[in-house]
Design a protein around this ligand. Structure first.
Ligand SMILES: Nc1nc2c(ncn2[C@@H]2O[C@H](COP(=O)(O)OP(=O)(O)O)[C@@H](O)[C@H]2O)c(=O)[nH]1
Ligand SMILES: [Mg+2]
Length: 352
């Protein structure tokens, strides 16, 4: 009877007959629960979304069925990526943007990808605390993902979780990524519009070039405009953008004081303007195609890595390789190629 407690955490009426049929048949029970979750997504039950995200985030083998159904429901929300170095004020800005979006009567889901603490494996608490004020609003949903150290520190399931949020039917999906470098550039491939946040006096102009961030930004925002150096930062950024190339869409540079909500309505207007530009010029499809490519790459990489390591563990070739490495007889790149050849039965040449 333990199943009943599992089936009803979000207070749906219990379907007695189907439940009885499922008890004693774990696979049937799992399917039943998953159908409940999918129906819950359609009915916009927040608890169903929370449950689905947890299953996907934990890499549950049963998540595929939910994702398959979620994929059919997706396609309504604007996916806005928000990126920039730690401390520039992204989370504060997200909080203000939530307010501006709600004032216009739209719903918003927020996904914050945080660097995991190596000690707890949990997401940084600060983000959760800050948005708590809005958690009573039914049209706002916030989820903080631990990054689990996947390739450059991103949550390996971010793309799938965006799909779940989209299936739920949010008007806006804000994805905040922390850190600076290739990993945050990569995650932005899932977004339709990318907002790059900078702050004066943090040397961000230099970092931006390094991270290739100028190329991915659709809208730029110099936050902490209460700082005296803000105008200089805007000027530097505009100069760098202007020299860069011929723009079809010239990314605007805005100033905000997120902590006081200043400039946030204008920022939302620009984000909307960019969405409209994409639609009017047939470019939204390109962005969506970009997100499919990102999803394919991420999934192929993830599944191939898991597969090869599992096979290599099982037949002892991983242990053998580790031993050879520790004895200095080979080097990791060579071992990796051997393992790929061995376990994927590859005849194709791998580039040396
Ligand atoms: N002076 C000033 N401080 C701000 C502003 N926006 C955010 N902050 C502060 O900057 C710090 C980092 O903000 P946070 O949103 O956590 O940055 P994140 O790491 O980019 O998400 C916090 O102490 C904020 O209160 C702003 O516009 N002006
Ligand atoms: Mg943050």
């Amino acid at each position: 009877m333990g199943y009943i407690a599992v089936a009803r955490p979000w207070g749906w009426p219990c379907d007695g007959l189907r439940l009885k049929m499922s008890i004693g048949n774990p696979d049937g029970m799992v399917l039943y629960l998953h159908n409940q979750i999918i129906q819950g997504l359609r009915d916009r039950k927040r608890a169903a979304l929370a449950r689905a995200v947890t299953l996907v985030e934990n890499g549950s083998e049963h998540a595929g069925h939910i994702l398959e159904e979620a994929y059919k429901l997706r396609g309504r929300g604007k996916v806005i990526g928000i990126t920039g170095s730690p401390g520039v004020g992204k989370s504060t800005l997200v909080d203000s943007l939530i307010g501006a979006i709600r004032e216009r009567g739209h719903s918003v889901g927020v996904i914050a990808v945080d660097p995991s603490s190596p000690f707890t494996g949990g997401a940084i608490l600060g983000d959760r605390v800050r948005v708590r004020s809005r958690t009573t609003d039914d049209e706002v949903f916030f989820r903080s993902l631990a990054s689990r150290g996947y390739l450059g520190g991103l949550s390996r399931h971010t793309g799938d979780i965006i799909t779940l949020f989209d299936a739920f039917g949010f008007d806006y999906i804000l994805v905040e990524t922390v850190g600076a470098g290739q990993s945050e550039v990569d995650i932005m491939r899932y977004a339709h519009s990318v907002l790059v946040v900078m702050a004066p006096g943090l040397g961000d102009d230099i970092q931006a070039i390094k991270a290739g961030i100028l190329e991915i930004g659709d809208v730029f925002c110099v936050n902490k405009a209460d700082h005296p150096d803000a105008d200089r930062a805007v000027a530097v950024l505009e100069a760098m953008l202007g020299l860069n190339r011929e723009w079809q869409w010239k990314p605007p540079v805005l100033k905000t004081v997120a902590s006081q909500g200043k400039g946030v309505v204008e920022l939302l207007d620009k984000i909307d303007e960019h969405s409209e530009f994409l639609k009017q010029n047939g470019l939204l499809e390109e962005r969506i195609a970009r997100s499919y490519i990102a999803a394919l790459e991420d999934n192929i990489r993830r599944d191939t890595v898991d597969y090869i390591l599992a096979k290599a563990r099982a037949d002892g070739s991983l242990d053998g390789a580790l031993k050879q490495l520790s004895e200095g007889k080979t080097y990791p790149a060579a071992v990796a190629k051997d393992l790929i050849r061995q376990h994927l039965c590859l005849e194709a040449k791998i580039d040396e």
